[in-house]
Design a protein around this ligand. Structure first.
Ligand code: ADE
Length: 225
């Protein structure tokens, strides 16, 4: 699975993809993540990518030309299953959306800045708009990194234990059960006896009950869904 991310701040995306699971996934050729600097696709000397909004108003608008140049070039090289624009007014990212994107071969992601991007880029090129929550960030880079992480960890072979992505919170519509490791007792706080019992069926039952209880307490909206 290949990602092409278009941004004015490629440096901001270096670290999130250079460590841990995302780094291993690239080393194992399970994914390829390419970051493109939008400024390399401008035709003006100053390499500016933004301009004042028509009709007035505050903030700058990212212009259509650099995005169009970059997107057209990438599209000439391969077909894209989705061209995603990260924006607070998109569909809110959840596990179901990440699961749905995993089947794709090539995904392009556009990161906006300033007030946003010229509407015509959205109308002409963008196939999906995704938000990571109801708050506004300075740009689409961190949201893009979050989206890529949520998808890549689902690719078979990326996580060492194949079942662990399936047992993530949200995969079955529930939050995760509490987890514990050594020591059995720390400053008087004990691990629940059931987890030490070795009784697999009972442990599974206990975990499921805990998941239900946690979800009921913290995210009752998930149970209603
Ligand atoms: N860009 C700025 N804020 C964002 C958000 N909440 N989600 C996605 N992209 C964004």
């Amino acid at each position: 699975m290949r990602f092409d991310i278009i941004t004015v701040l490629p440096q901001l995306l270096e670290s999130p993809f250079a460590h841990s699971i995302l780094q291993r996934a690239q080393k194992k050729d399970l994914t390829a993540i390419h970051v493109h600097n939008l400024r390399e696709y401008t035709s003006n000397k100053q390499k500016s990518v933004d301009d004042y909004p028509y009709g007035g108003g505050s903030g700058m608008v990212m212009q259509i030309e650099p995005f169009a140049n970059c997107i057209d070039q990438l599209k000439a090289e391969r077909d894209y299953d989705e061209i995603i624009y990260m924006t607070p007014d998109g569909q809110t990212l959840n596990q179901e959306i990440a699961n749905g994107l995993i089947q794709h071969k090539n995904i392009m992601i556009l990161c906006g800045h300033y007030k946003g991007i010229d509407q015509r880029i959205r109308d002409i090129y963008v196939t999906k708009e995704i938000s990571i929550g109801d708050y506004v960030l300075s740009g689409g880079e961190l949201p893009a990194a979050i989206l890529v992480d949520a998808i890549v960890r689902l690719i078979p072979g990326v996580l060492s234990d194949e079942t662990s992505a399936l047992s993530d919170s949200f995969q079955d519509g529930l939050l995760d059960a509490p987890i514990y490791s050594r020591p059995v007792e720390w400053k008087g706080h004990k691990v629940p006896d059931i987890l030490l019992s070795g009784h697999e069926a009972k442990i599974a039952e206990w975990r499921h009950e805990q998941q239900l209880q946690r979800t009921k307490e913290r995210r009752p909206d998930l149970l209603n869904d």
